[in-house]
Write a protein that binds this ligand. Structure first.
Ligand code: PLP
Length: 407
């Protein structure tokens, strides 16, 4: 490897080349059977993914965004009600809430994990809401709408702190839907249940995305909802298929939100490799930790004792972030920002009336965070070079500072 060969942020080619024969066989079998939508390939994947997540049901849909929207609708989120989520997430989390007819509202995140801060959620219910005994829901004092669900996001591959979130939801009679779109195989140790729980098995329902760049990715668009609730599973089967319970008899207004068979077949083939790929990401994260921990300026990802991250992304907090990005770019090192602007300040949500500094922790994250190359095929020598380039950047800064002080 030459010193300057580019280090990609993700690698969507190597895993598919390795599995090329298996993936082509899926396509061939769809061609030979004419089964393109639904059918045994979809059912097989749904069974396998439910088992992987430790849930009774998995319903395949056309994207993670549809999975979120259908999960909210099937869990009985009322149009006009509030669904509480976090500001630093992919925009689809909020889109799904509005598209289900509800209003997104936000609580700030924990500065160490960047996921929903349970203390902020508690404050939300206790200080910003009144309990309405008639409908048995919290009512937001200013927005004058009931809160029907909380949507924590298992960001970057690590689950949110679910015990206190579940307890608050229980106490205030609201539903929990997990955004597990970045967390296929992540685990959370529940002290209350004294066991590890898989992402997707903790809330009333959970949404997964199989966008190609996710830890489990299709060769196109795909998503799924997992749940232990048979009614929710059945409702989602209807919602994804034009609201029909029986062909051409439509019980509710639904959508075209099905999972196609070729994607399901591809996902079933790739699912067998997911535990190994997730393990490789964890090993790569451990190597980064070793290589980067000497650089005092940066803060590495924090994995609490209760979390097993699958490192969908490896995100560090870095001062002078934008200069660092420039330096990474100059050294051909792939990188990302997840995310550069919090949802409450994005254009489509400006009408909701949020302002700068409403959620300072999330806003700070947008200024500070940078995602380094992370994927199962990342090589140790590539990580060494990433670390070397970052160390070089801060080293140069330190001596520049030093010179200014003494001149
Ligand atoms: C990817 C993602 C989604 C949306 O999934 P799509 O399959 O792209 O629709 C939703 N939420 C989060 C947190 C995501 O990362």
């Amino acid at each position: 490897m030459s010193v300057d060969s580019p280090i990609p942020f993700v690698d969507l080619i190597a895993p598919h080349q390795e599995l090329e024969d298996e993936l082509v066989a899926v396509f061939r079998s769809a061609l030979h059977t004419g089964g393109f939508i639904g059918g045994p390939m979809v059912e097989k994947f749904e069974g396998g993914f439910a088992q992987f997540c430790n849930t009774r049901f998995c319903v395949g849909v056309s994207s993670g965004t549809d999975a979120l929207r259908f999960a909210l609708m099937a869990a009985g989120v009322e149009p006009g009600s509030i669904v509480v989520t976090v500001p630093n997430t992919f925009v689809a989390t909020a889109e799904a809430i509005s598209q289900a007819g509800a209003r997104p509202d936000f609580v700030d995140v924990d500065p160490a994990t960047h996921a929903m801060d349970p203390d902020k959620l508690q404050h939300y219910f206790e200080a910003e809401c009144d309990y309405d005994p008639q409908i048995r829901k919290p009512i937001h004092k200013k927005l004058l709408r009931p809160v029907t669900a909380v949507l924590p996001v298992h960001l970057y591959g690590q689950m949110a702190e679910m015990d206190p979130i579940l307890e608050l939801a229980d106490r205030h009679n609201v539903t929990i839907i997990e955004d597990a779109c970045q967390a296929h195989g992540a685990e959370y140790f529940s002290k209350k249940q004294n066991r590890w729980l898989k992402a997707g098995s903790v809330g009333r329902a959970a949404a997964f995305s199989f966008y190609p760049g996710k830890n489990l990715g299709a060769c196109g668009e795909a998503g799924a909802v997992t749940t232990n609730d048979v009614e929710i599973a059945n409702k989602i089967r209807m919602l994804r298929d034009h609201g029909q319970a029986k062909k051409y008899y439509h019980d509710v207004e639904g959508y075209n939100g099905r999972l196609d068979a070729i994607q399901a077949g591809i996902l079933a083939a790739k699912l067998r490799y997911l535990p190994d790929w997730n393990q490789k990401r964890r090993e790569a994260a451990a190597r980064y930790e070793e290589l980067l921990s000497q650089i005092d300026e940066i803060t590495l990802p924090f994995e609490p004792a209760w979390a097993k991250s699958i490192f969908h992304l490896y995100v560090i907090a870095a001062p002078e972030r934008d200069e660092l990005l420039e330096h990474l770019r100059a050294n051909s090192i792939g990188h990302g920002i997840h995310y550069p602007m919090p949802i409450h300040l994005q254009k489509p949500y400006q009408k909701l009336g949020y302002r700068d500094n409403d959620f300072p922790v999330a806003e700070q994250a947008c200024r500070n965070l940078v995602s380094l190359p992370m994927h199962p095929h990342l090589r140790p020598e590539e990580q060494t070079r990433v670390a070397h380039v970052i160390a070089g950047f801060y080293c140069a800064r330190r001596s520049a500072d030093h010179n200014t002080v003494h001149s």
